[in-house]
Design a protein around this ligand. Sequence first.
Ligand code: SF4
Length: 318
Amino acid sequence: MKKAYNFFLLYFSFLLSRAVKKPIIWGYPSTLSIEPTTSCNLRCPECPSGLRSFSRPTGMLSETLFDQLIEQTKDYLNYLHLYFQGEPYLHPKFTQLISKANEAGIYTSTSTNAHYLNEKNVKQTLESGLKQLIVSMDGITQDVYEDYRVGGKLSKVQEGLQLLLQKRKESQLLYPRVILQFLVTGKNEHQIPALKQWAKTIGVDELQLKTTQIYDYENGSDLIPKDLGYSRYIPDGKGKWKLKKEIENKCWRMWQGAVITWDGRVVPCCFDKDGTHVMGKVKDEPIKKIWQNEKYNAFRTQLLEDRKQIEICKNCSE
Ligand code: SF4
């Protein structure tokens, strides 16, 4: 009840803020993403973890900080995504972190490249109470898969996923719900029919065909799919490309939740991969205070007045 009321307050204050063009924030974040680690086993070319290109510090979330965060947020937090950058299963206590959040009554989710779904991790995942597992797999043959997931092994992903689904069935568990996520690009769109067939055969709960964010889209890119139904960008009629969706001066995410890096920096959303807009540090002050501080509200004001002025918001489909 407390959580539902908090959510209502957030949504109502969001609507009100849009109407008066000033940030009004009632309630506390109902969604959080917490980063277990910045480390990753792959070398994906558009990702700072893969490229080892962070300018912010890199490392592993401490259990003490995690406990502190759960304690501070458990009364109003509905959804915890234990993922931001990096591969979460590289955190040595990853499934224990999930268990703690689950025991605190929070719906838990994570995203993985599924290279660590071995017998031990599958068992621990099923026991942890994890509610949702998103597996990224952007190709159905090794050559297409590794074109983006550099250093990845498709057979390992497929075996891990099959093992998890098989063990879940044997244990008669409903969770975690498994979502197979496929980022559609010009290089893999031809594999969609084969992918659909495979997903059906192994019995994933949901197949998500997602549009891909492309950093330099104005001049076109071979990553933009030919089927524009899977693209965030369309030709502008003057030889360039533009965002399909008109940018509006709003963003519900800034009223709904926040992202916390492994070392406790609060950043606005998952588009701020390198932590350009740090609103505060949970090591210095509680999240409730950061959530309503001047810096956060200045960011919200800019969103309501002229979102295009914020670099990370220019190419965002929210
Ligand atoms: S990039 Fe900007 S508009 Fe997009 S979710 Fe983040 S804050 Fe909102």
